[in-house]
Structure formats: structure tokens, C-alpha cells
Design a protein around this ligand. Structure first.
Ligand code: SAM
Length: 234
């Protein structure tokens, strides 16, 4: 998978790929990370990329010209690039989007800054637009990384053990059961004793019960979905 981060601040993004799972995926040539700075395309003599809002309003807006030229050049290199804009007003990015996008070959993430991007750029170039939640960040770089990370772990070879994908939360309406690590008893807090007895069918049914409790507590609407689904399957 090739990713291109279209950003004024690539240094904010670069660090994330310098360690752990995504770095290993880059080393194995599964991921290829690129950067495109709209400022490099500015025709303004001071290389400006923003201006005051037409019609008034607080703050600066990213000009169309540097982004049009940057994105034209990106599309000229690869007409199949899938261009995603990050904006707080769009639909929220979900696990199903991550799985679907993992099948693409080249994704570009366009990050806004200041009060955002001139709407004409989004209208012309966006294949998709995502928010990562109902709050306002200072820029789209963190949001791009969130989407990129979630997509990447669904690409074959990125995770050491791909089994971990199938049992994770959001694969089914139920959240994943609580996990425990060694030692079995830490500061006199023990893991559920059933986990230690080696009876896999009992462990499975306890995990299901704990999954249901967790889902009821954190996401009651999901538990309803699970119950409707399982009663339909019976
Ligand atoms: N004025 C805009 C508004 O009220 O909708 C907010 C602009 S925000 C300060 C600057 C940039 O951060 C946006 O263009 C977008 O790229 C990014 N951003 C902020 N919050 C985001 C979110 N929740 N999800 C995705 N991107 C976000």
C-alpha cells in the first residue's frame, strides 16, 4: 500500500512511522509512505498557502491554488490514487471503512490547517471525506494518522498474527472480552480462575459472558444488536 500525506507539516506525521508495527511493515515493503507539501506548489511570491475568508469570518482558510496544483500532480503520477480529506463535519470513520480501504493500492490523506480548506478543493478532489469524531483538532495530521493506522493493520502481513484481527472489538456487535497477562496473580489481584484450568470450551463460554457484560456496560446499543442477531440465527 502506498500512502501520500498531503500536509504543510510532514514532520508531525513522520515520527509515527519510526517505530513498532508500521515501521516493520515499511521495512518489509508492505507500506510505502510519501509526503506532498502544498506550499511547494504555491505561486505566491512568499509561498503563502492561506488567506482570510471570503465573506468574512474568523481565521485563515487554505487557498485553492497550492492544493489544486499539488493534487493535480499527484493524480498525474497515479490516476487511481484514492483521495481522502479529513474534516470534522464528515461521517465518522469506522472499522468497516478501515477494512474496505485496506484493499486500495494508493491512498492520499489531505490535512487541513487553520480554519480549514477552501471548499472548492474538497468538491473537486475528494473521493471520500472522513471525521474521526465530534471535536475540533488543530489540523488533519492526527486524523490522517488515525485512519492510516486503522487501515494498515488490515493489510496482509502488517500484523505478526492476523488471527488477532478476527477476535477484535467491532468485528461483531460484541466487544472483545477482557485480556489478562502474566503473572496470574498480581498484587493479590487474580485473573478469572476459569482461564487457568485449560478447558477451552469453558474458557470460550466465560469469554462470551464477559464480552456481553463489557458490551452492556460500554455499548448497550451494540448488545441489543448482538441479541437480535443471535435470536435471528437460532
Ligand atoms: N473551521 C473548521 C470547522 O469548524 O469545521 C475546523 C477546522 S480545524 C481547526 C482544521 C483542520 O483540522 C480541518 O481542516 C481538518 O483537516 C482537521 N480536523 C479537525 N478536527 C477534525 C476531526 N474531528 N476529524 C478530522 N479532521 C479534523
Amino acid at each position: 500500500m502506498k500512502y501520500t500525506f498531503v500536509t504543510l507539516f510532514s514532520n508531525l506525521v513522520e515520527g509515527y512511522f519510526q517505530d513498532s508495527i508500521l515501521k516493520r511493515a515499511i521495512d518489509k515493503d508492505i507500506l510505502d509512505i510519501n509526503y506532498l507539501n502544498p506550499r511547494d506548489y504555491s505561486q505566491n511570491k512568499h509561498m503563502k498557502v492561506d488567506d482570510t475568508a471570503v465573506g468574512g469570518g474568523a481565521g485563515m482558510v487554505m487557498n485553492p491554488q497550492p492544493l489544486f496544483d499539488a493534487l493535480d500532480s499527484l493524480k498525474k503520477d497515479d490516476k487511481n490514487v484514492h483521495v481522502i480529506f479529513l474534516t470534522p463535519v464528515a461521517k465518522t470513520f469506522k472499522q468497516n471503512d478501515a477494512k474496505r480501504l485496506a484493499k486500495k493500492e494508493h491512498i492520499a490523506f489531505v490535512s487541513g490547517r487553520y480554519e480549514g480548506i477552501d471548499e472548492r478543493v474538497i468538491e473537486k478532489y475528494a473521493d471520500e471525506v472522513f471525521s474521526i469524531g465530534d471535536y475540533i483538532l488543530t489540523g488533519g495530521e492526527l486524523a490522517s494518522l488515525v485512519v492510516c493506522d486503522a487501515v494498515s493493520r488490515n493489510i496482509k502481513g502488517v500484523l505478526g498474527n492476523s488471527d488477532s484481527l478476527s477476535v477484535e472489538s467491532f468485528e461483531t456487535p460484541l466487544l472483545e472480552a477482557p485480556s489478562f497477562s502474566k503473572p496470574n496473580n498480581f498484587k493479590e489481584i487474580a485473573v478469572p480462575s476459569e482461564y487457568l484450568k485449560g478447558n477451552h470450551s469453558k474458557i470460550r463460554s466465560l469469554k462470551l459472558e464477559l464480552s456481553e457484560c463489557k458490551t452492556k456496560f460500554f455499548r448497550p446499543e451494540q448488545l441489543l444488536k448482538h441479541r437480535t442477531r443471535t435470536s435471528y440465527e437460532k
